[in-house]
Ligand binder design. Structure first.
Ligand SMILES: CC(C)(COP(=O)(O)OP(=O)(O)OC[C@H]1O[C@@H](n2cnc3c(N)ncnc32)[C@H](O)[C@@H]1OP(=O)(O)O)[C@@H](O)C(=O)NCCC(=O)NCCS
Length: 432
């Protein structure tokens, strides 16, 4: 059997989509408790196989999209594996937007699994991303056991928490000088891009939006999911400094009734953040608030009179990161603490140019540099551990205890921690 890994041609795109769960109706995520998503509706939502007309619409869209790079595995001419990268920019510590290959829509036909097709497609995607000058790859993993072998490791996280409305009093604060307004979806679609651009510039892990990122926002109800509602906060001068999106799902069970689900809440100012939460936590005719995909370090906890009222009901990895070009990636972020470390990498089979010792130098206020060195390494770090450390959300200590970071010189682990850690933690408000 002859196997070929290459981008699908235009006339092969329908066969390419048919491999993918989102087009063929098969599950695309490990079974999860519906509660993760807030409401009582089934998750993942059921999908019927896409019609030929839908497949053609996707093909037309993708044909016009220069950021979409599909790759496929063919066996004897039949498309048996499919994946793609989307070219994004991701905010790294210090605020730079770094080109990133977002790996998405990955599957191999059940009849052709465990024969190395994913590995072949991943290698092709890494090589192409490097040629485009993207020093990072990221993805969200349908199962936690698949992607570590390719050098990916969790970089951002999401937390689902819930709160009883009657325990949700906030500590007293000065009156809000701004104002809140419920708006229609068309206005929300207009306002989100500018607000997100401000959030993205400050938050490590945030991505450039897709061209249709907010097109799906509506005022209507989807199944039992409840109608969307959109809320805006403006400062005293009328400038938008916060937006939220929530819904009140219909429920057949008394336990789930009266739940308000916060799908999104972003603010550029602490007063706007507080005002949005204050309204959502005390919404008439509700008894519970669920926020399914929030950062691990949510300031709301510190606004509550009773911090225990906010219960974390699930925590999970979100985006996984993989450094494709170690020196380029390390030089693109900044480091809170100045310092110098010689970091050895010796396990990268897929991007072999990363193996070596890299001298990372970060001076106060200056751009960091990262160059090959003959110096004795201070630390050896696995390729995957670098993906977690890079965005600043992982503990150097924990990785060392897990054997993924090995310190060779006195004080190197503490220096790694001080240089790499970020506050607030990396987070992305949407994936891909
Ligand atoms: C996940 C998937 C794409 C892997 O494709 P594949 O061609 O079978 O993968 P490969 O043969 O290249 O496997 C590479 C390695 O990963 C392992 N692996 C692959 N899928 C795995 C899984 N679900 N769980 C554990 N290990 C897995 C293989 O055993 C192999 O291990 P090895 O390198 O030690 O030999 C395929 O199983 C699939 O389509 N699954 C259903 C859809 C899905 O989960 N898609 C992922 C969306 S993010």
């Amino acid at each position: 059997m002859a196997t070929e890994i290459r981008p699908p041609r235009r006339d092969e795109m329908h066969a390419y989509y048919r491999v993918l769960p989102y087009a063929n109706g098969l599950p695309q995520w490990e079974p999860e408790n519906a509660a993760w998503h807030g409401g009582p509706e089934p998750w993942p939502p059921q999908r019927a196989p896409a019609t030929a007309q839908q497949l053609e619409l996707w093909a037309l869209d993708h044909e016009k999209d220069p950021s979409f790079h599909p790759v496929a595995a063919f066996t004897d001419g039949e498309c048996v594996g499919a994946s793609a990268t989307i070219s994004f920019e991701v905010t790294v510590p210090g605020g730079a937007a770094v080109p990133m290959a977002g790996v998405t829509s990955t599957a191999v036909l059940a009849t052709h699994r465990r024969r190395g097709h994913l590995r072949g497609m991943m290698q092709a995607m890494f090589d192409a991303a490097l040629r485009r000058g993207e020093p990072l790859a990221m993805l969200s993993a349908s199962e936690g056991s698949i992607y570590g072998r390719y050098g990916y490791s969790p970089a951002t996280h999401r937390t689902r928490w819930e709160l009883d409305r009657h325990q949700a009093a906030l500590l007293p604060a000065a009156p809000d000088p701004g104002s809140l307004e419920l708006i229609r979806a068309d206005e929300a679609r207009r306002l989100w891009p500018a607000l997100h651009a401000q959030v993205r510039a400050r938050r490590v892990g945030e991505l450039t939006p897709l061209s249709d990122q907010w097109d799906g926002l509506s005022d209507g109800a989807e199944g039992t999911g409840g109608a969307w509602r959109h809320l805006v906060h403006r400062d005293r001068h009328g400038a938008v400094d916060g937006l939220a999106r929530f819904r009140l799902p219909w429920s057949p069970t008394a336990a789930d009734a009266g739940t308000l689900v916060v799908e999104a809440l972003e603010a550029t100012d602490p007063a706007a953040y507080r005002a949005l939460w204050a309204l959502l936590l005390d919404f008439d005719l509700t008894k519970r608030v669920v926020a399914p995909a929030r950062p691990r370090d949510e300031p709301l906890r510190w606004l509550l009179a009773n911090p225990r009222a906010m219960r974390v009901t699930r925590q999970s990895d979100n985006l996984w990161a993989r450094l494709l070009d170690v020196p380029a990636a390390l030089a693109r972020r900044s480091y809170d603490s100045p310092g110098e470390l010689a970091i050895a990498v010796d396990d990268d089979l897929m991007c072999p140019a990363n193996n070596g010792t890299w001298l990372l130098h970060a001076a106060d206020g200056a751009a960091a540099s990262c160059t090959a060195t003959d110096r004795r390494p201070d630390l050896t770090v696995t390729t995957a551990a670098l993906g977690s450390l890079y965005f600043g959300g992982a503990s150097a200590h924990d990785l060392a205890w897990a054997g993924r970071v090995t310190a060779h010189t006195e004080g190197a682990l503490g220096q790694l921690h001080r240089m790499f850690r970020t506050d607030p933690e990396p987070h992305n408000s949407f994936g891909f």
